[in-house]
Design a protein around this ligand. Structure first.
Ligand code: BDR
Ligand code: CA
Length: 317
């Protein structure tokens, strides 16, 4: 089967970096570019991280375009306590030698999507500012997107940034509102499923048996992330949100989905950025997305580790 052409819009970010590595390790997908948005760190820092991770995995030919550094309406909110000042925890990668793509990420998305209508799947694993702006600037991209997978939101699960709201949506709720109401066929991968996907210290120890810079990077990055999860959420290990969204491109059977009308609160107040589903069809609105609400979390972690082992053997010392 031909591999699926994808673009990843990302805010790297520890689990974003893991999602990028998973994409590179997966023959089912062909990464045609990374577009970077603010979120876990500034968009400039995120773009440096994206380039450095691609170089680490010998994939520097993939273009990286930097995009928006601020949400559409809200003030900026970064996450150094979760991902470290650099965005990659304790990992110290070489400064990238590859230059950024000269286009702004919004223009890059528009150009690539319009050049291949119906052929490119978009995986969004950060705040949705770049995509929302691209949709406003060039609405013809909306029917051109083959499929959209978004890591974001918390439907029945508690929030991870406020008691109610998930980070990617809380950071730019207006952007999420634009994308959710755009009419693009989309799959949402919320905290309801990602919080069942926990990478443990034992998993990392298993990877470290292979002599390769990939496991060492994963260990250094996730050690910081695990300290965060222990200190703030009393979780042993770390939740790897973004790689799950990526994996659903080629292993959709890992999750159970329901179709619902899902919206996001942009009124302000205590539930600002909260995503909610109309489970009982009370609004009369037709479903606007497929939501992953169940997952075989450990099976996903096994898949992730196996793919990282394969990649590590290719990029051995
Ligand atoms: C999301 O927020 C970020 O911290 C992660 O990279 C992930 O995309 C989880 O809420
Ligand atoms: Ca992310």
């Amino acid at each position: 089967m031909a591999s699926r052409r994808i673009l990843i819009d990302t805010d790297p970010g520890i689990d974003d970096a893991l999602a990028i590595l998973l994409a590179l390790a997966s023959p089912e997908v062909q990464v045609e570019g990374l577009t970077v948005v603010h979120g876990n760190c500034s968009s400039w820092q995120g773009a440096q991280n994206a380039l450095a991770v691609l170089e680490l995995a010998h994939a520097a030919e993939i273009p990286v375009a930097v995009g928006c550094d601020r949400p559409l309406v809200q003030p900026s909110l970064l996450a150094p306590e979760t991902h470290g000042e650099s965005g990659l925890g304790y990992a110290r990668l070489l400064a990238p030698a590859t230059p950024l793509h000269p286009m702004h990420a919004v223009d890059f998305l528009i150009e690539r999507l319009l050049a291949a209508p119906g052929e490119i799947t978009l995986v969004c694993i950060g705040p949705l500012t770049n995509l929302a702006l691209a949709m406003r600037r060039e609405p013809r991209i909306i029917p051109a997107i083959a499929e959209l997978i978004i890591m974001g939101g918390a439907i029945r699960h508690q929030g991870n940034t406020t008691p109610l709201a998930e980070f990617n949506v809380y950071v730019d709720p207006h952007a999420a509102h634009i994308v959710y109401h755009s009419g693009v066929p989309l799959t949402l991968v919320p905290l309801d499923v990602t919080y069942q996907c926990i990478l443990t210290p034992g998993d990392v120890a298993r990877l470290l048996k292979i002599a390769s810079p990939i496991p060492r990077f994963i260990a250094d990055a996730t050690r910081f992330y695990m300290e965060f999860h222990d200190a703030y959420q009393k979780i042993e290990g770390c939740v790897i949100n973004d790689p799950l969204a990526l994996a659903l491109l080629f292993a959709p059977e890992l999750c159970v989905y329901e179709e619902h009308f899902v919206d996001v609160d942009i009124q302000g107040g205590v539930s600002m950025g909260k995503t909610f589903a109309d489970f009982y069809r009370m609004t009369g609105n037709p479903p606007n997305m497929k939501v992953a609400l169940g997952v075989r979390g450990r099976d996903f972690i096994e898949l992730f580790i196996e793919r990282m082992e394969q990649l590590s053997r290719k990029i051995a010392d």
